[in-house]
Ligand binder design. Structure first.
Ligand SMILES: [Ca+2]
Length: 303
């Protein structure tokens, strides 16, 4: 409010500066010009600071009748305010960043049509360009009895794993395990713990253990939420020499014949997906100057 009061006292200046008041560059230039001769020079820096606050102007508008009506209406028009090119650009960047801009499927599986628990390894149907992945593999899980259709899994307790890595010349950053679906029988594994490893033997848990839910039918199943990987620094900017192993350890089965599956979310499309980004790795320059003197650079710019 103190800032608003300052603006209000400068009502006459606000009339002229209102439309351009959101431009810090303008104010910096104005302050410089004023310093050369204007008796208002002392006020310019202060005005430039408070002028950057839209809320300040909004409140000041109600207290000062000297603001130009046209500018006042224009300022209060949220569409006009938001759709200036600069703000539109910032808004777009904000939205893109919040939605994981640039991420795409690194590896994905479509479980539609699978029978007999699927293969081990079950090759992914989708693998990003410049990425190598190995299929979903069972460890300790059985495959007895009659399996559900359109699902990949096994019986009893054990684990399932797969790997991803960037190809030579590329860098891999992982964003998330996208929302997926699990079904289980009443005696199947109740709980799972995701983990990753960079050497295939030492695993680090990703989040806490997950209670899978109790839905035993494939229709609906037990929806699981996204598992974010973007905050795990060990899974970012990986070169082709690092293979990431993902593993989910399944426990709580009350019977060796109890079943657990990654479930078909929809007929078409991948049902279990890891997203991320693949970029060309930075390469060292093939030639490089052996010496470089600052005096030559200085003289070039000054001449
Ligand atoms: Ca599917």
């Amino acid at each position: 409010m103190k800032r608003c009061a300052l603006v209000s006292r400068e009502g006459a200046k606000a009339r002229r500066g209102f439309l351009v008041s959101l431009s810090p560059i303008y104010h910096l230039l104005s302050a410089a010009r004023s310093a050369l001769g204007s008796r208002e020079a002392a006020k310019a820096p202060r005005g430039s600071l408070v002028s950057l606050s839209p809320i300040c102007y909004f409140l000041s508008a109600f207290r000062s009748r000297r603001l130009p009506a046209a500018g006042y209406r224009n300022f209060l028009n949220p569409i006009s305010y938001l759709l200036t090119p600069a703000r539109l650009g910032l808004l777009a960047l904000t939205v893109l960043a919040a939605t994981g801009w640039g991420q795409s499927t690194i590896v994905g599986w479509d479980f539609n049509g699978l029978s007999n628990y699927g293969s081990s390894p079950q090759a992914p149907g989708t693998t990003a360009a410049n990425v190598t992945a190995t299929g979903l593999a069972r460890s300790g899980l059985g495959t007895g009895g009659t399996a559900a259709s359109n699902a990949w899994g096994g019986t009893g307790n054990g684990s399932a794993s797969f790997t991803v890595k960037a190809n030579t010349g590329y860098t891999l950053s992982l964003t998330q395990i996208s929302a997926y679906n699990v079904r289980r029988s009443s005696s199947g594994a109740t709980t799972g713990q995701w983990a990753y490893s960079l050497d295939g033997s030492a695993f680090v848990n990703i989040g806490s253990a997950i209670a899978w839910g109790n839905v035993t039918s494939g229709t609906g199943g037990n929806p699981q939420t996204d598992i974010s990987l973007s905050g795990i620094s060990a899974l970012q900017n990986l070169s082709s020499t690092t293979t990431v192993t993902f593993r989910v350890t399944l426990t709580g089965a009350s019977s060796g014949s109890g079943t657990w599956y990654l479930n078909n979310l929809s007929t078409a499309g991948d049902d279990f997906v890891v997203t991320g980004t693949v970029t060309a790795a930075a390469t060292a320059p093939s030639t490089q100057a052996t010496s470089f003197t600052s005096s030559s650079v200085t003289s070039s710019f000054l001449s």
